[in-house]
Design a protein around this ligand. Structure first.
Ligand code: NAD
Length: 260
């Protein structure tokens, strides 16, 4: 229970990687503000499950496209958890198309959720993190924060931007007790990737299993998915004393994707 007494916000934690991170932080005793879309019953089940670890678990329905709702989510965390020590900017979406055909509204939406939301949350939460003289900001970027792929203009631009934003915050916060790092996962089998596998299977007329293997083989030397709980464990490590001087880093957990 290394994070007993710490208060965390994890955006996009009703699914996939965010959910894995929220679970890992709660299991270490942290109080957690959940966020993201989903069925009310399902979210309440998750909230109750995580509360069994002992921390306070709250939920904010803030839409990450809205700066005002993001600021209110941080306020709500202050009220219901008693403060904010850890901010995990995880909410993200994908949209694929060649640049020439990329719908402008999808460009705006991907940039808003995957990049601007992190800026708005950091702006709102940083004074609280500084207050305690200890804090952790963890931005969930991607292998696409370090290298590109075709058809992913908005996502790659947003994730490279998020890595840059991480570095600026790390420098600004260097002597405040607050670190800021990016985690850059390769393929993780979540609904975001399941949609890409289904699209590929339909496009190429393959079975889902074949499309899954092709998706991995195209980018990742290691032909296996990273699991959300492994990203959660990395977040817990970044919150530990051992990681006190790791800041401004873009940490890959990508099966060798960016090694080549
Ligand atoms: P996911 O689709 O399983 O979960 C996304 C979460 O974000 C959900 O909780 C969803 O409700 C929330 N969300 C989406 N739009 C939102 C909005 N406007 N406001 C509030 N919440 C919103 O996806 P995931 O794969 O778990 O992705 C999580 C993060 O990890 C994303 O930033 C993604 O880019 C990144 N990532 C994923 C992979 C992967 O292979 N799955 C790899 C690298 C990086």
């Amino acid at each position: 229970m290394g994070l007993h007494g710490k208060r965390a916000i994890v955006t996009g934690s009703t699914s996939g990687i965010g959910r894995g991170i929220a679970q890992a932080l709660a299991a270490e005793g942290a109080s957690v503000m959940l966020n993201g879309f989903g069925e009310a019953d399902e979210i309440e089940r998750l909230r109750t499950e995580l509360a069994s670890f002992g921390g306070t678990i709250a939920y904010s329905a803030a839409d990450m496209t809205r700066a005002d709702e993001i600021a209110e989510m941080v306020e709500q965390a202050g009220r219901s958890l008693g403060g904010v020590d850890i901010l995990v900017n995880n909410a993200g979406i994908q949209f694929t198309a060649p640049i020439g055909e990329f719908p402008r509204e999808q460009w705006d939406r991907v940039l808003a959720i995957n990049l601007s939301a992190a800026f708005h949350a950091m702006q709102a939460a940083t004074p609280r993190l500084r207050e305690a003289g200890w804090g952790r900001i963890i931005n969930i970027a991607s292998a696409h924060g370090l290298v590109a792929s075709a058809q992913k203009a908005a996502y790659v631009a947003a994730k490279h931007g998020l890595v840059g934003l991480t570095k600026v915050a790390a420098i600004e916060l260097a002597n405040s007790g607050v670190t800021c790092n990016a985690i850059c996962p390769g393929w993780v089998l979540t609904p975001l990737v399941e949609r890409q596998i289904a699209e590929r299977a339909a496009r190429e007329g393959r079975a889902a299993g074949d499309a899954e293997r092709a998706l991995l083989a195209e980018k990742q030397p290691m032909l296996q998915f990273t699991r959300p709980e492994q990203i959660g464990a990395m977040a817990v490590f970044l919150c530990s004393e051992a990681a006190a001087t790791i800041t401004g880093a873009a940490l890959s957990i990508d099966g060798g994707w960016t090694a080549g």
